[in-house]
Each structure stands twice: as structure tokens, then as C-alpha cells.
Write a protein that binds this ligand. Structure first.
Ligand code: SF4
Length: 76
């Protein structure tokens, strides 16, 4: 079926706001140096991951599938 979703975090942009951890605590965590890290990409459903990515104030989270960036807005 569809390829697994890949989550990328731009560590240069991430300013440790923790929004992603709020939206998807099973998938994101804050490291000791205050940057978001992915702990389990499969622990959160895709819709919620999209919300978490949209909720990042600096746009540091992108979602990828099969090498292509997945749009964060719900496609129609
Ligand atoms: S929401 Fe964005 S800036 Fe905030 S911790 Fe997560 S990745 Fe970093």
C-alpha cells in the first residue's frame, strides 16, 4: 500500500517551543538541548502529525513519503 511516512525536523529552525510534543507526545520529544526529536514516527496517526507539523511556529517539521514532501494542508 502506501509507503511509511517520514518525519523530518530542521534542527536549525527548531526553537524548542514544544508545540509538536503537545500535539503528538507519542512521536515527538524535546532533547536535552531543547530541540525536538522524533521518538516514534508510527505512534501518531497521519492526520494528527499533519496538525503537529502545521502547529510548529517556525515550520521546522516536514512530512515525506517516498522521497516527496507531503502537503500539510488536507488535499482535495
Ligand atoms: S513545534 Fe517546531 S519549533 Fe517547536 S519544538 Fe516542535 S519542531 Fe521545534
Amino acid at each position: 500500500m502506501s509507503d511509511p511516512l517520514e518525519i523530518r525536523i530542521d534542527a536549525e529552525r527548531c526553537m524548542g517551543s514544544g508545540n509538536c510534543v503537545f500535539w503528538a507526545p507519542d512521536t515527538f520529544d524535546l532533547s536535552e538541548d531543547g530541540h525536538s526529536v522524533v521518538t516514534d514516527p508510527l505512534a501518531t496517526d497521519e492526520e494528527r502529525l499533519r496538525i503537529a507539523a502545521q502547529g510548529c511556529p517556525v515550520g521546522a517539521i516536514t512530512l515525506w513519503r517516498a522521497g516527496a514532501e507531503v502537503p500539510l494542508e488536507e488535499g482535495s
